[in-house]
Structure formats: C-alpha cells, structure tokens
Design a protein around this ligand. Structure first.
Ligand SMILES: Nc1nc2c(ncn2[C@@H]2O[C@H](COP(=O)(O)OP(=O)(O)OP(=O)(O)O)[C@@H](O)[C@H]2O)c(=O)[nH]1
Ligand SMILES: [Mg+2]
Length: 271
C-alpha cells in the first residue's frame, strides 16, 4: 500500500520546533572579528559543552556586514549547533543582536561580545536564574563582589566608566549599578518581545534595553562577572558624554511616542 502523504498524515512543521529548543542560545554580534573569531568561538563552544556549561545550547554568530572576512570565518566554524546569521550591511551591535535573537530558539538567550571578554562560567549562573527561577533579565555587573574588573583598567577609562555609570544610574536606570556590561541574559519569551523594540546602537543600546525592561517592570537580576580580555578601548569620554545625552533624549522621545508600548511585555511582567 502506497503511503499517502495526505493532509492528515503530513508532519506538522513549525510548532514542534519549539519543543526541540535548546536550554540556552549564546548570541554573538561580530564586526570585523576575523582575526580572533575562530579561536574564541572554539573556546566558548568547548565551555558550553563542558560539565560547567549551562546545559543544551546553540551558538548564534551574527556577521554585522564586516569587511574583513568575518562572514567567511563564521562559515568555517564547525559546530553542530551553530546558527550563522549574515547581515548584508553594518548596522551596529544592537542591530546585530536583534537579528541574532530573532534566529535564536533557546529558552534562555545570552549575548556577549565576539572576543568573549568575561569568564563564561557566568553564563551558567545566568541560565540557572532564567531557566530555574524564571527571571526575565540577568545582567553581568562589574561592581558586584566577586567581579574582577576595575583594577585591570587605566585610570581614565575607570573614571569614564564610573562617571558614565553614575550618570545613567541617576537619570535612567534607577538602582542598576552597571548598565554597560557586555554579558546579559534573557528569558526566551522576553527576548522575543524586547529586542524588536530596540533602536539604539553601541553604549546607548544597553541603556535603551534596560530602560524598556524597567518600563515594563520586568524582573532584573545581577550576577558578578570576571573580565578575562580587555579590548582596545573605544571609549572617548567627552565625545561619548554628548552622544549619550542625544541618545537619552531619543529614548525619552520614543517612550513619549509610545514606541516602547508592548502588550507582550506587559503580559510577561505578570509571569
Ligand atoms: N564596534 C562595533 N562593534 C560591533 C558592531 N556591530 C557588532 N559589533 C560587535 O559588538 C561587540 C562589542 O564591540 P567592541 O568594539 O568590542 O566594543 P566594546 O567592547 O564596548 O569596547 P572595547 O572596550 O573597545 O572592547 C563586538 O562583539 C563587536 O564585534 C559595530 O558596528 N561596531
Ligand atoms: Mg570589546
């Protein structure tokens, strides 16, 4: 008897996909990172699969329209659970994260930088909070006891970071001490609703993200992080202070226009 692939017997696509979702997606925005990407991704993948790792995982690596062969470097990565994403033009870190988060399926979604600057064991801590306790957002915080950070930086960078944090804390993110840490984690349903609302890039992207999370009364927890690699510093204190003021004005304007309204986030804050 010939098998009839009729309507009734055909496998149902789409929905079961979620059932196969990994515990954790690690999303990496990569811009002109070809020289170190393979090495850092291999080390990260090894950690994710180790007993210290966060459980089942996938690695989502996003090329942000790089000009140095980063896309080819991503194509050459050989992990079974790699999700490559290619953006045709450079859009900035958070544009890359929006694309990566949309492609990710994990019940917990973590992002960090392509050079994996923090000890990845924090990812496991964050995933526990998200997956076992249902926390909406977990942010790395370089000011918490157990963190290792400040002593390894130069004085100017340290003062710039402190001043910037104090400013943002005062005007934007209430009690959150470190808004800028490049390691953050989200419940999958929170990421799905939150990332499409974001417009800012670079340092303002982190502020916007937390602003929207606080606006919707999401639960935000902090975990300590340990810095392993310090990148070349792109922080220019004075220039960034002005750019920051502009970004803050844009964020307030968007809120005023209702661009951060989200029925999905409003519903999530009750779960
Ligand atoms: N600079 C930059 N980074 C991008 C862009 N798009 C994606 N990224 C990624 O965003 C992450 C952070 O970028 P970095 O340039 O290291 O910025 P940073 O860590 O804030 O600053 P450093 O202290 O200089 O390392 C990296 O993973 C980049 O590959 C972009 O358009 N510009
Ligand atoms: Mg960096």
């Amino acid at each position: 008897m010939g098998t009839t692939e009729g309507q009734g017997s055909a496998p149902v696509p789409a929905a079961p996909d979620r059932a196969a979702a990994p515990d954790v997606s690690v999303v990496i925005p990569a811009y002109n990172s070809a020289s170190f990407l393979a090495e850092r991704m291999a080390a990260l993948a090894e950690f994710l699969d180790s007993p210290d790792g966060p459980g089942s995982s996938e690695l989502v690596v996003v090329d942000d329209g790089s000009s140095d062969g980063t896309a080819d470097a991503i194509r050459s990565l050989r992990f079974p659970r790699l999700v490559p994403v290619f953006r045709p033009a450079n859009g900035g870190k958070f544009a890359a994260l929006v694309s990566g988060m949309a492609a990710a399926r994990g019940r917990c979604r973590v992002f960090t930088d392509a050079d994996v600057p923090y000890e990845p064991v924090s990812i496991t801590r964050m995933a526990e909070l998200v997956l076992r306790r249902g926390v909406h957002v977990v942010v790395g915080d370089r000011t918490l006891p157990g963190s290792a950070y400040a002593g390894e930086l130069g004085l100017v960078r340290r003062l710039a970071t402190r001043g910037f944090s104090a400013f943002v804390r005062l005007f934007v993110t209430a009690g959150l001490h470190d808004t800028q840490c490049g390691l953050k984690a989200f419940r999958g349903d929170v990421a799905d609703a939150l990332f499409p609302l974001l417009r800012e890039q670079g340092f303002a992207g982190d502020v916007e993200l937390l602003y929207v999370a606080l606006l919707h009364n999401l639960e935000i927890k902090r975990v300590p992080v340990r810095l392993r690699y310090q990148g070349r510093s792109t922080v220019k204190p004075v220039l960034h202070a002005f750019a920051m003021l502009e970004s803050l004005a844009r964020i307030r304007w968007r809120r005023h226009k209702g661009l951060y309204d989200s029925a999905a986030l409003a519903a999530l804050s009750r779960t």
